[in-house]
Design a protein around this ligand. Structure first.
Ligand SMILES: *Cc1c(COP(=O)(O)O)cnc(C)c1O
Length: 385
């Protein structure tokens, strides 16, 4: 007879633990803002932008905005992309990526993904650019928005090459990839611009919405600083037709607390991923890691042909799971039938939507929880998948 090991229920997320862990630092931060009496675009936002820049890619200008969706939208607008322009991206992503392209007035062109990394297939991107160039209407693709999905970097060298050859601007969607790197350089440092989200569950999460953009060119950052505040050159004088998309002082102050811990938190994510990899790889497809890349494990996504069976078993053992994402953007009701799809259909995208499964992954998981997740997924002597 085998000993009965302790198991606990494991939810996908436990955001309340963020506050519990750093309570005294958060309390000091919000009290400081409340007492100072500046709530929009003040010293906390300025300091946060500097600290985020120093952490991501020292010297690269950072402009904070109200959300990750706005970050993609304002990055495009700052790069001069708008109505009449085409922008290539993926369909296997948060709908926000595609929504932001349309909000900018541009036309999204959806490219399939590599099956192993779930990120944009650069060969298919190039095929599509070729095909469009020789087609009758010759739509001008001005930018590509690859998504470093789940925290895994895209094929960055491949993308830089294609962008160079076709005169296309690179806008990285880093909403899931704070802290991921390629050849020792963090994502968000490669493109003309890079968009980040600080939605609470992201690797760097606020207590509400927030986002930021890093730019390679200070002039684009300046345009963005105007666009986020009514297009103002100076107070009450609008040089551009702008928006209201600002990060609150309160959120900036709280994000500054989280910035102090982000490196250690990402290390914890990597340690948990290493344990999952070691214990799960014999019976399921664990996340692939491209050479010279460091994964930030925003999500830990496995793939299984009998996903629903696996999911039901985990659930029966108290382990929550989620699907990112169950329907690709081109199959969503709001978009179906009206988006331009890239060359060759989106087979890998549609297969991913059927087979991916996200299991609990965040830096506040306890050892017993990690153990319980592994046990919840494993087939035991009485069941088999
Ligand atoms: C979360 C996310 C966004 C949108 O960010 P919000 O802050 O929720 O607007 C965009 N792209 C990707 C890939 C995301 O995961």
């Amino acid at each position: 007879m085998t000993a009965v090991l302790e198991s606990v229920d494991v939810p996908m997320m436990a955001l309340g633990r963020v506050y519990q862990r750093y309570r005294s630092e958060f309390d000091a931060a919000w009290q400081r803002v409340m007492e100072r009496g500046t709530y929009v675009l003040g010293s906390e936002v300025e300091a946060f932008e500097e600290e985020f820049s120093a952490w991501c890619d020292p010297g690269r200008p950072v402009v904070s905005v109200a959300s990750g969706t706005d970050a993609v939208l304002l990055a495009l607008r700052s790069l001069g992309i708008g109505p009449g322009d085409h922008v290539a991206t993926v369909s296997h992503t948060a709908v926000a990526t595609v929504a932001a392209i349309e909000l900018a007035g541009a036309v999204p062109i959806l490219i399939d993904i590599e099956p192993r990394t779930f990120t944009i297939d650069v060969q298919k991107l190039e095929d599509t650019l070729n095909q469009l160039q020789s087609g009758p209407s010759r739509p001008k693709v001005r930018a590509v928005v690859p998504v470093h999905l789940y925290g895994h970097p895209c094929d960055i060298d491949g993308l830089l090459g294609v962008c160079e050859r076709y005169g296309v601007q690179l806008l990285e969607d880093c909403a899931q990839a704070h802290g991921a790197s390629f050849k020792g350089r963090k994502v968000g440092s490669f493109g003309a611009a890079a968009a980040f989200s600080f939605y609470p569950t992201k690797n760097l999460g606020a207590f509400g919405d927030g986002g930021a953009i890093t730019f390679s060119d200070e002039r684009h950052a300046q345009t963005c600083r105007a666009l986020r505040q009514y297009g103002w050159r100076e107070r009450y004088f609008s040089d551009l037709a702008g928006f209201n998309s600002r990060l609150d002082e309160l959120q900036a102050a709280l994000l500054r607390v989280r910035m102090r811990h982000i490196d250690e938190e990402i290390e914890v994510r990597r340690k948990i991923a290493a344990r999952y990899n070691h214990d799960l790889r014999e019976f399921l497809e664990v996340p692939f890691l491209r050479a010279q890349c460091e994964h930030a494990y925003h999500l830990y996504v496995i793939r299984h042909a009998e996903r629903e069976k696996l999911r039901a078993r985990a659930s029966s053992r108290g382990v929550s799971t989620a699907i990112h994402y169950p329907a690709p953007v081109h199959m969503q009701r709001a978009y179906a039938g009206r988006l331009r799809i890239g060359a060759g259909g989106l087979d890998a995208t549609e297969r991913a939507a059927r087979e991916v499964l996200s299991i609990p992954m965040h830096p506040f998981l306890t050892d017993i929880e990690v153990e319980s997740v592994i046990r919840g997924l494993r087939a035991d002597e009485r069941s088999s998948v």
